[in-house]
Write a protein that binds this ligand. Structure first.
Ligand code: SF4
Ligand code: SF4
Length: 156
């Protein structure tokens, strides 16, 4: 199973059950798309290939991997996993060699995203997408690392 295969599959899974059946940016005037030039979305390993050379996107190297910067507007069918799962995040830990996934609200969304209480179904979908991503070792390592970073952030 390659990283690109699990990423494309994750896109399909997430698209099959979005929290609302329309562009959720209409609920909040696209709050999570209004970052500064320094803000961006971390890409899963291999995901950058889908954005290379695409108009409106720029990829930067950051200590955690590759970060996608956008113009604040996009074709929703192209957006990366980080945007598709927001405002949730699959926290992944390892216990006795098995992965444990806990889908929680992303702490970065707590103060502004109106989708947080919308749909239990979507939390389940994020879990299924994460389970699929864990089939690729590089994506699994990425999720484990990001979970540690977000847990540290939450403990600050
Ligand atoms: S994910 Fe939340 S904050 Fe982002 S556009 Fe949708 S409703 Fe707004
Ligand atoms: S890629 Fe699209 S959904 Fe994600 S922050 Fe940029 S404009 Fe918003």
């Amino acid at each position: 199973m390659t990283a690109q295969w699990v990423i494309q599959r994750a896109y399909d899974i997430l698209d099959s059950a979005q929290p609302v059946p329309f562009d959720c940016g209409r609920l909040c005037d696209k709050k999570c798309c209004k970052g500064s030039e320094q803000d961006g979305m971390l890409l899963f390993p291999g995901e950058e290939k889908l954005f290379k050379g695409k108009e409106g996107f720029e990829i930067r190297e950051v200590p955690q991997g590759k970060m996608l910067l956008c113009s604040g507007a996009c074709d929703r069918t192209l957006r990366p996993i980080a945007c598709r799962i927001f405002p949730f995040f699959p926290y992944v830990t390892q216990e006795n060699g098995n992965y444990k996934i806990s889908v929680l609200k992303d702490i970065r969304a707590l103060h502004y995203c109106p989708l947080q209480d919308v749909s239990k179904d979507f939390e389940r979908t994020v879990r299924i997408a994460a389970r699929n991503l864990l089939r690729d070792e590089s994506c699994a390592d990425f999720l484990l690392r990001l979970t540690e970073d977000l847990t540290d952030l939450g403990n600050l």
